[in-house]
Design a protein around this ligand. Structure first.
Ligand code: 3HC
Length: 313
C-alpha cells in the first residue's frame, strides 16, 4: 500500500514539472501506465517498418530508395530508444517482445493497413509521420525523463520523414492525371486511419485522466487530432488534393476545421486484432524474431566472454 504522504509528494514533483527519473520513487500505477504506453510506442515504430520495407525493392528511383532506406533505419532506431526507455522501468526486452507476440501489448492501428502503391509511401510519410510528429512534440514534455529525452531525439528525425512523404505526394499530385489519381486514392485510404492514431475521443479514453494528472500526456487525444487536421488540410490544398470528408468545413469563429465522425467500429476492430493486416504484421515480427535468435545468442555469448576476460584480467 503506497502511503498518502508518498503519493502527495510525488504529485507535488509532477505539478512542479520536474522530471521523474528511473531511481525516483513512483506509484506502481504510474510505472505500469508508462510501461504500457512506451512499449506500445516502441512496438509501433518497429512494426511500422513493415509497410515501408515492402517498397524498398520497388522504389521508383535510386534517390527514392536511399530516402526510404534512411527512414526505415530511423524507425528501427526509434524503436530501440523507446525499448531502452521502457526497460528503465524494470521490465526486460524479452517480456516486452513476448507481450507483443501474445497480443497483450498493442501497437498503432495505422500499421495494419496495406501500402498498395508508391503513393501510399508518400501518404505514410506525410500523414502517419505527420500525425506522429504532432503527438510526439507534445510528448517531449512528458513527466518521465527517459521517455521525454527519447521524444526530443526522435522528433529531430520525424520532420525529415514527414517532408519526404509530402514531397512524394506533391510530385504525384502535380504530375500526370494518372499520378494525381494515385495520390488522391492513397489520401482517401490513409486519411481516416491517420486520425485514429490519436486514440478515442477524450470522453471515451480510459487512460487520459490519469495520463493528464501525471503529466504523461500533456495534451488530449482530441486536441492533438484537431491540431493535425488543421495543419494537414492546408497542406492538401497546396498540392491540389481533396480531403475525403464531405463534412470538412472551416469554422472562422473557432479557428478550426469541423470534420466528420471517425468510424469507431473500424477503430475498435483494428485495435483488437481484426484489422486488414494485423495477423500478417504479427506473424512477420514473430518469424523475424525467431530467425534472428542466433544473432542475439552470439551477441550474448560474446558479451559474456568479454565480461569473463575483464574479471580474469
Ligand atoms: N492504435 C492502437 N491502440 C490504440 C490507439 C491506436 N491508434 N489509440 C488508442 N489505443 C488503445 C490504447 O492503447 C488503449 O488500449 P490499452 O488499454 O489496451 O493500452 C485504448 O486504446 C484506450 O485508448 P486511450 O486513449 O485511453 O489510451 P492512451 O492514453 O494510451 O492514448 C495514444 C493512446 C494517444 C496512442 C497514446 O498511447 C500515445 O500517445 N502513445 C505514444 C504515441 C504512439 O504510440 N504513437 C504511435 C505511432 S508511432 C509512429 O507512428 C512511428 C512513426 O515514426 C511512423
Amino acid at each position: 500500500m503506497e502511503s498518502t504522504n508518498n503519493l502527495e509528494k510525488f504529485q507535488t514533483i509532477i505539478d512542479a514539472d520536474t522530471k521523474i527519473e528511473p531511481k525516483d520513487w513512483m506509484p506502481e500505477d504510474y510505472r505500469k501506465h508508462l510501461i504500457r504506453q512506451i512499449s506500445q510506442h516502441a512496438h509501433s515504430e518497429v512494426i511500422g517498418m513493415q509497410p515501408e520495407g515492402n517498397w524498398i525493392t520497388r522504389a521508383p528511383s535510386l534517390r527514392a530508395k536511399l530516402i526510404l532506406l534512411a527512414k526505415i533505419q530511423d524507425e528501427a532506431g526509434h524503436g530501440l530508444y523507446l525499448y531502452s526507455a521502457c526497460e528503465t522501468l524494470g521490465i526486460s526486452r524479452e517480456e516486452l517482445i513476448d507481450q507483443l507476440h501474445t497480443g497483450k501489448a498493442k501497437y498503432s492501428s495505422i500499421f495494419n493497413y496495406a501500402a498498395i502503391t508508391w503513393a501510399d509511401i508518400g501518404a505514410i510519410g506525410w500523414l502517419v509521420d505527420g500525425a506522429a510528429i504532432v503527438n510526439q512534440i507534445s510528448l517531449q514534455r512528458t513527466s518521465y525523463g527517459p521517455y521525454s529525452r527519447a521524444m526530443i531525439r526522435i522528433c529531430k528525425e520525424e520532420s525529415f520523414h514527414q517532408r519526404q512523404g509530402y514531397e512524394i505526394m506533391g510530385k504525384l499530385a502535380l504530375g500526370t492525371p494518372e499520378q494525381k489519381e494515385m495520390a488522391q486514392d492513397a489520401l482517401n485510404r490513409w486519411w481516416w486511419p491517420s486520425l485514429m492514431m490519436f486514440g478515442p475521443h477524450d470522453s471515451d479514453s480510459p487512460h487520459s485522466g490519469k495520463a493528464m494528472t501525471w503529466r504523461i500526456k500533456r495534451e488530449s487525444n482530441d486536441v492533438l487530432r484537431q491540431r493535425f487536421i488543421d495543419k494537414t488540410v492546408q497542406q492538401a490544398e497546396v498540392i491540389g488534393l481533396k480531403i475525403p470528408d464531405d463534412k470538412l468545413k472551416w469554422n472562422e469563429a473557432k479557428g478550426v476545421y469541423e470534420h466528420g465522425e471517425i468510424n469507431w467500429e473500424e477503430f475498435n476492430q483494428v485495435i483488437n486484432g481484426n484489422g486488414p493486416l494485423n495477423k500478417i504484421r504479427l506473424a512477420n515480427h514473430i518469424s523475424a524474431h525467431e530467425n534472428g535468435a542466433w544473432v542475439r545468442e552470439a551477441a550474448n555469448a560474446y558479451a559474456a566472454k568479454q565480461k569473463k576476460e575483464v574479471l580474469v584480467a
